[in-house]
Design a protein. Structure first.
Length: 424
């Protein structure tokens, strides 16, 4: 269980870091202030500030986010609030502290009467509760804002907020997360190919032979090219497997070309074995051929990623042809349960699982659903057609509806997963 939990957290963390780094990198390139890069949700357990971004690790390791200025809800300081401020030698504000648990040296307590941290950059109020003396201080552009939970972020003037970037820059920032997930899958599958020494080939030849198997007893050898079975031409490994599986305990005549170039014919009787659906299938004890060339291993990441993408899109398309079913989706519970099974197969299985999860995360995030990256891209497209963005109120309502629908789906999926994996 400990191994499964650690693997689950590591895999999820890698997926989240790669996804959010895409948003982070292109937001920075667009000149947008990234206030926080968070791994996980909930209360923070660790934070580290570098340049203008605070990197945090939070207690629930099932996601993460990049908080861009002007993109998410800002820390609100209202008139009447009491905050602490730090001043430099020119009496300009360098820090605003709203966290009651965090005490600063040389802090100046002020009861806020007016504040602007986006345009005019000032704070106005009464010192130490003295409502007879109103003071006003200029706020520096890089002033540190300590939020109520102690997280340190930087204030965001309008010119470094997300909406200040051009439309193409904002679209690239929104697209970058899913794009990075696809890139991660390509890297993962390529690494997997090199670690396992090659990739399965679909050539019409035989891989390693299991000692004592029907193929071994009949004299088949690794590298033999299967030209025909019972006179039917064979051009791929897939065709060979289909014929064998359909012929349990039936004699098959193999026409072969040996590695040395000589032709031979051998009879093989497949052993009967129960398949996944309890029906009988034939097996002869031959593994698939493996291509160990550098080129095959290098390009496997691209070809296998494309194969998985096609399979996922086909599954999503079946919603329209076969109808919606909650069983088509899996949440954190299903991912954990599958991770438990994958861990038993070793690190190659874990890498394969991580690559598949990464592609799933990328494609699901591109769906045109409000609150997902695809929904944000859709709003960007609407802005491009209209020539202006939707009002913040309308966009907020659309996002809120999307969040509500996603939350409902997550609850239903999680309950379905619990029933499937733990209550049956």
């Amino acid at each position: 269980m400990i191994t499964t939990i650690i693997t689950f957290i590591l895999v999820f963390s890698v997926l989240v870091i790669f996804h959010e780094f895409g948003h982070y990198y292109f937001a920075k390139k667009a000149g947008t202030l990234v206030r926080e890069f968070a791994i996980g949700f909930g209360p923070k357990i660790f934070s580290y500030r570098k340049n203008e971004t605070t990197f945090t690790v939070r207690i629930l390791p099932i996601g993460g986010y990049v908080r861009m200025a002007g993109y998410e809800e800002e820390t609100e300081i209202k008139p009447g609030m009491s905050v602490g401020i730090l001043l430099d030698e020119n009496d300009e504000v360098t820090t605003i502290n709203t966290c009651k648990k965090k005490q600063l040296l040389e802090v100046v307590p002020i009861q806020v009467s007016a504040i602007d941290l986006e345009k005019d950059l000032y704070i106005e109020g009464y010192l130490s509760g003295d409502d007879t003396k109103l003071v006003r201080y200029s706020v520096k552009r890089n002033t540190l804002l300590i939020e109520e939970d102690g997280t340190e972020v930087q204030i965001a003037p309008l010119d470094v907020q997300f909406q200040a970037a051009s439309l193409p820059q904002r679209m690239m920032t929104n697209f970058a997360g899913p794009m990075n997930n696809i890139i991660l899958a390509i890297i993962t599958f390529t690494l997997m190919a090199f670690l396992q020494g090659g990739v399965i080939s679909n050539e019409n030849e035989l891989g390693s032979i299991v000692e004592g198997s029907p193929a071994y007893e009949a004299g088949l050898a690794k590298g033999d090219q299967v030209l025909a079975i019972d006179g039917n031409k064979m051009t791929s490994w897939t065709e060979i497997v289909k014929v064998i599986q359909k012929s349990p305990e039936k004699s098959l005549k193999f026409t072969l070309k040996s590695v040395d170039g000589s032709d031979k014919q051998l009879n093989v009787i497949p052993e009967a074995k129960k398949g996944n659906d309890d029906s009988e299938i034939g097996i002869i004890g031959v593994n698939a051929p493996v291509d160990t060339s550098f080129t095959a291993k290098l390009f496997f990441g691209f070809t296998y990623t494309w194969t998985v993408i096609v399979q996922i899109l086909a599954a999503l398309g079946s919603i329209f042809t076969k109808g919606f079913s909650i069983d088509m989706f899996g949440g954190p519970v299903a991912i954990y349960a599958t991770t438990e099974a994958v861990v038993k197969t070793g690190y190659i299985g874990v890498l394969n699982w991580m690559g598949i999860l990464s592609i799933n995360l990328g494609i699901i995030n591109l769906l045109p659903v409000p609150a997902l990256d695809g929904g944000k891209l859709l709003l960007n497209a609407v802005e491009g057609v209209r020539g202006k963005p939707l009002s913040q109120e309308k966009e907020g309502i659309i996002t809120l509806i999307g969040v509500g629908l996603l939350a409902l789906l997550m609850v239903l999926v999680t309950w379905n997963d619990i029933q499937t994996y733990f209550l049956k």
